[in-house]
Design a protein around this ligand. Structure first.
Ligand code: ZN
Length: 381
């Protein structure tokens, strides 16, 4: 079986003979005389595409043989056409080559050892065994993009065992047979089995979007090429919207948002102060009485309402009710009585389409009726 992706990583369509087609649990495993489909390997998900009209569901490599999983059987001996979703493959080539640049520079500049790499559909992460600062990450990003601008050639070779001994290369687990050395001159030499772009300029841009602590080191999120452009477009749109909303230049939106956030905090403090004053005003309006007493409160905050009720309990000997709401939506209530509240509340709930209750001297709930009706019912309690 010829691995076409090693001859030319840009092959997106090829002819091949079906060598074997065997039933598997979730479809049929097809082996071909040659293939351009790169399997799941080295932190990278497999290529997708079709063999004739059959969608390739996954590609795996076992004992140097490449198996293509398809839903329906394909006749053995038949000549078929394999087609890769090449945009997706090219994206992987861009990101994988970028990873080599970044990891090569991370090692030479900061002695960071690459401990993991994941190249998925939506997320690309690189792990390193030690931590670096935000400034060092920024420097690493700049150095990596300098390599992109230089448009260096990326080459692959298969040195013999004695030659390998004299090559200083970053080692990764080699899973597809012979040691394949991928070289970016002056930047990185690494054992790798994956397809790469021919020149670093094809990567377009290398952008880090996040860095977090991970297993004693760091995990860096990276986007390249079209992914980075799409990300830029999406973020630019957000910034433009915030800029218009806050009437601030686009490069000053953070300051504008910070100012807005401070204004909101300030407003919250003022609101709390006003609420407190309103509560004190309502408390003052409650007389010392042995009768029942009802207050329609302008305070909506439940905690402040409870504070008013606690003060009312010291003044009102009968049943005290604090209500807030309107005729359309009804009124939420807190009702208290020093000698027990449940009997009065049950009566009021029944008469005023109420829901709620409580134990001891306080009950909370809601009357789904108008203010006038509540006042009338309270009079005859
Ligand atoms: Zn690699």
């Amino acid at each position: 079986m010829i691995k076409l992706f090693y001859e030319d990583s840009y092959i997106s369509e090829f002819s091949a003979r079906v060598e074997r087609c065997t039933k598997a649990d979730d479809g049929y495993l097809v082996t071909l005389s040659q293939t351009a489909f790169f399997p799941t390997a080295g932190g990278q998900e497999c290529d997708s595409g079709t063999i004739d009209n059959e969608e390739v569901l996954s590609v795996i490599c076992e004992n140097d043989e490449i198996y293509h999983l398809v839903k329906n059987p394909i006749e053995e001996g038949k000549t078929v056409t394999g087609k890769l979703h090449f945009e997706e493959r090219f994206r992987k080539m861009q990101h994988h080559s970028a990873e080599h640049i970044v990891s090569g520079l991370a090692f030479s500049r900061f002695s960071l050892v690459n401990t993991g790499f994941h190249l998925g559909k939506d997320d690309v992460t690189i792990d390193y065994g030690a931590e670096i600062t935000e400034e060092q990450l920024c420097e690493l990003e700049n150095l990596a993009n300098e390599v992109v601008y230089k448009n260096l050639e990326i080459s692959a070779s298969y040195p013999k065992a004695d030659e390998l001994e004299n090559i200083n290369y970053r080692s990764k687990k080699e899973i597809l047979g012979r040691i394949r050395i991928v070289t970016i001159p002056g930047v990185d030499v690494c054992a790798c089995c994956a397809p790469h772009v021919k020149h670093t300029g094809e990567i377009g841009i290398i952008k880090f979007t996040d860095m977090m602590r991970h297993r004693g080191g760091v995990r860096i999120r990276m986007i390249c090429g079209k992914d980075a452009l799409l990300d830029y477009c999406q973020k630019q749109k957000s910034v433009a919207q915030i800029s218009r909303m806050l009437s601030a230049p686009q490069n000053e939106v953070f300051g504008a948002v910070l100012k807005l956030s401070e204004q909101i905090s300030d407003q919250k403090r003022k609101n709390a102060q006003l609420l407190n004053e309103l509560a004190l005003y309502e408390i003052k309006s409650i007389p010392k009485t042995e009768e029942n007493f009802i207050v329609f409160s302008a305070v909506c905050d439940r905690n402040v309402q409870r504070m008013i009720v606690n003060e009312a309990k010291k003044r009102v000997g009968g049943v005290f009710a604090l209500l807030s709401g309107d005729d359309e939506n009804g009124y939420s209530y807190i009702i208290t009585a020093n000698n027990g509240v449940s009997e009065s509340v049950n009566k009021l709930n029944a008469a005023l389409s109420g829901k709620g209750g409580g134990r001891g001297d306080t009950a909370e709930g809601h009357f789904y009726t108008a203010r006038k009706k509540i006042e009338e019912e309270f009079k005859i309690l």
